[in-house]
Every structure is written in C-alpha cells, then in structure tokens.
Design a protein around this ligand. Structure first.
Ligand code: SF4
Ligand code: SF4
Length: 463
C-alpha cells in the first residue's frame, strides 16, 4: 500500500506589487503631436483664469452667487439646461471620435495622459533618461540620490499645488485667491480644495500613472463597444513582422526566413503602459503612438519601410478596404452637428430677462368700486444681463386691460431677481364670464420686441 501524500500548503497572494515603469523617450511625428497637445491644453488650463473680460475674470464659476461667467455670457441656475447640453455634446463627441479614430482622447487629450506627460518630463529633467532613472532607483541612498529625489519631489509638489490653486481659481477670483493665500487670509475651504486637488494631481500623475488607465478608468472598459472593424487602432503588422529575430549581420532577412521585426523591443520600452503591442490589441493600450515612433525610427535605421506598427483598421489588416463613412459614424455625426447647431442657436437667442407669473390663489377676482374686475398676480422678474435694466410690463389678451405694479417702474440691477405684485383690471363687460388666457410680457424701452413672456388665466365673474 502506498502512503498518502501530505497536502502541501501554498500561499497565493492576490496582490501584485506594482513595478514602476520607466518608459523610454522616443522622438517622432506622434510624439511632436502629443507635445503640442500637452502644451496647448496645459497652457490653456493655467492661463485661462488669468484672462480678464469686461472688467472681470473671463472664466469664473461663482458657486456662492450661483453665476457662471464665460467671457461675455453669464449663466444662472435657470440656465442649467445649457450645462447639461454641453455635457451631452461632450458625450456624443466622445462616441463620434472613438468610433472614427479609436482612443484618440486617451493618447492625446485625457488629463491623466497630459499631467503624466508633464510629471514624467520633470522626472526626466531631474533624474535623466529611463536607464539612469532605473539605475538610480536600484542604487543605494547616497547624496546624489537624495538630492535628485528631493528635487524631483519638490518640483512635483510645487507643480501639483499650482494645479490645485489654478483649479480653485476657476471658482474664486484667482487674483484675490492668490493675494489671500500669500497674506495667509484665505478661507479654510479654499485651502482645503487647493491641497485636495493638488494632492489628487500628485497621486495620479506622479504615482498611479498607467494604473489609472488600466484599473480605474471606466472609459477603457466600455470604449470597445464603440469600436467596429473600421475604427482606427494602433496595430503591429504581424504578416510583415513575423517571424521576428535579430538575424546574422550581413545576411538577407528574407533568405534567413525572418520578418521585418528585429526584436529590438524598443516599442515595448517606449510604451507608457508597459505592454507589447506585438501581442495584439489590448485594452491597456491608450493609443499614444509612442510604439509607432519607436518602430519607425528602427525601420529607418535598418532601411525597411516605416509602418510595421501603424494606425490601421481591422478591415485593413484583413486586406479589405476601410469604410470611413458608415452608419454609426453618420448617426453620431448628425447627432453631434444637430446638438452643436441647436446649442449655438439657443445661446444666441438666450433672453437676458426672465419672467415667472404666479396667480393669487386666495381670490379668483375682485370687483372694484369703478365697476372693473381685478385679478392679482405675483411676478418674478430677473435681469440676467451684465447691466442694470429698466423693465416695461405689457399685458394683452382682453380689450382694455390695464396693469399696475408696485413699484410702477421696475429697475433691476445686473443679476437682480425681484418679486412684484401686479394688479390687472378690465371692464366687467369686456368679455364673457369665466376664464380667459392673457399674456404677460416684459421688454426694455429701447427694444421693440418683448424679451420674455408668460401665459396666465384671468377670471371674470360668472353671475
Ligand atoms: S502599445 Fe503603443 S500605442 Fe499602445 S500604449 Fe503602448 S506605446 Fe502607446
Ligand atoms: S520596435 Fe519594431 S522592430 Fe523593434 S521590436 Fe518593436 S516591432 Fe519589432
């Protein structure tokens, strides 16, 4: 009889410690395009709150006053629809551009990519190339390492706090914020948000980096649902590249049975997410095109045509023609165009005056000593323009209608909302007994057309 073997115990850890990726810097067409995008987007982000327009900050989301200033436009809580509209346009744009060109957003414009690029640039300036950085990480804590690491951390933290300060500067006038921070008189919440947003930037761009794209970003998970066989992806040309291998010096690769890939692994070293594009399309790929630049530089050196790794489509890889105009592109494109046109039209026709009419529910009507019938309403009038406005009230719908407000002349400052009682009177025999529709409208004396109107019900006695 054989003796039963003792069960052995294996401890399996579900935690895989993260190994820092020091990706290699490569130069090329797409690297220049990404640099341009990063400089433009970061430049816009840091400079925009400092622009002045009409005597105030051009971009200011003043939450306590519930007013959003965007250059010459002021948005109020009533205009929340426009914010929703912008968000819908952003979502449909993402669908449209993803279906057309894949993860263009991830590779060139996503804040995670943009700030990571900036943080890696600082790291490269302080610690040197990817090989020097790896060596420094592995080396002992000597004076050089302490100096380089502390300089990098200081620059990272300063940049992150400046990012947090700029972010808060979109919600609090940035010049006042800067003055209050320097004079140590800033409010607790302002300091909290500067630090919170600063440390979020620091954590994401200095440490998390590709982990955000791989494990946290929801877009990485669902973007494949918008892909089809004609979507632009970055792909390795397996037919041309395989079998890969270095080959002997002086031998013809074709004769040696080798493809164009010399297995230099430069494409892997250049990848910020640490994947090998030669293994096929992977969800970790953020389509930054660094592997294309890397491989193109190798192809140039060995005298082979560029494009072993390239932007292509699944149809093209299979030898078919790529269709750019296809139903989903047309649907997303038409929807996007309609939303944009509608948005521009709605913004340009947006009225500066807003009116709401509430009927007095305590009394249907009142008969005056002059034999007229009076209905009372409460008007809510708001001036959404950037200047004070004198407002005329007009009521139509029945012959001989008159209206009295208290005060008789309405003058509203910029942004002011006034609640005003209004008494509307008409002769008893002006119309049949019962309810009648009337229209309240407001206009400025210098304008011909009313800028806002509301329907209301006017009651005449039944007996
Ligand atoms: S595989 Fe290429 S395109 Fe994808 S993330 Fe890596 S370097 Fe960028
Ligand atoms: S860079 Fe090009 S040649 Fe080098 S391993 Fe990658 S695919 Fe092959």
């Amino acid at each position: 009889m054989t003796k039963a073997t003792e069960p052995t115990e294996h401890v399996v850890s579900f935690y895989e410690s993260k190994e820092k990726i020091h990706y290699r810097e490569v130069k090329g067409r797409f690297d220049r395009l990404r640099d341009l995008s990063v400089i433009t987007l970061l430049g816009g982000y840091y400079l925009a709150p400092w622009i002045t327009w009409g005597g105030r900050q051009a971009l200011l989301f003043d939450l306590p006053a519930r007013k959003f200033y965007i250059f010459g436009l002021t948005f109020w809580p009533h205009d929340f629809i426009f914010l929703s509209w912008i968000l819908i346009i952003c979502a449909v744009s993402l669908f449209f551009f993803t279906a057309l060109a894949g993860r263009l957003w991830c590779g060139y414009a996503c804040p995670q990519t943009v700030w990571t690029e900036a943080f890696v640039w600082i790291e490269r300036v302080v610690e040197g190339s990817h090989t020097k950085r790896k060596k420094l990480d592995k080396g002992p804590w000597n004076s050089e390492k302490i100096l380089k690491k502390s300089t990098k951390q200081f620059l990272w933290l300063s940049f992150a706090l400046w990012t947090g300060f700029t972010f808060v500067g979109y919600f609090t006038p940035i010049k006042e914020l800067a003055a209050s921070l320097f004079s140590n008189t800033a409010g607790g919440w302002e300091v909290f948000w500067v630090c919170f947003y600063g440390f979020a930037t620091y954590g994401n761009a200095a440490f998390m980096r590709e982990q955000v794209c791989k494990y946290m970003c929801p877009y990485a998970r669902f973007q494949s649902a918008m892909f089809d066989k004609d979507t632009l992806v970055i792909s390795y040309d397996e037919k041309r590249g395989e079998p890969r291998g270095r080959g002997k010096k002086g031998t013809n690769r074709e004769d040696a049975g080798l493809g164009d890939c010399i297995n230099c692994t430069l494409c892997v070293q250049a990848c910020p997410t640490g994947i090998d594009i030669r293994d096929g399309l992977q969800y970790e790929c953020i389509a930054c095109a660094a592997c294309i630049d890397a491989c193109d530089s190798i192809m140039d050196q060995v005298g082979s045509p560029r494009g072993l790794i390239k932007y292509t489509t699944e149809h093209q890889i299979q030898g078919n023609k790529t269709k750019i105009i296809r139903p989903r592109i047309m649907i997303y494109g038409a929807l996007l165009a309609l939303l944009c046109i509608g948005f521009v039209a709605a913004i340009s026709n947006r009225a500066d005056l807003h009116l709401d009419v509430l009927r007095d529910r305590n009394a249907l009507y009142r008969e005056t000593t002059e034999g007229r019938v009076e209905n009372v309403y409460t008007l809510k009038v708001q001036n959404k323009s950037n200047e004070a406005a004198t407002i005329e009230l007009i009521v139509t719908g029945l012959p001989g209608l008159t209206v009295d407000t208290d005060p008789p002349v309405l003058v509203l400052q910029s942004g002011e909302l006034k609640t005003v009682p209004a008494r509307v009177q008409v002769d008893r025999d002006a119309a049949q007994a019962g309810g009648h529709d009337i229209i309240f409208a407001i206009k400025r004396p210098e304008k011909e057309q009313p800028e806002a109107s509301r329907d209301a019900r006017f009651m005449l006695p039944i007996n």
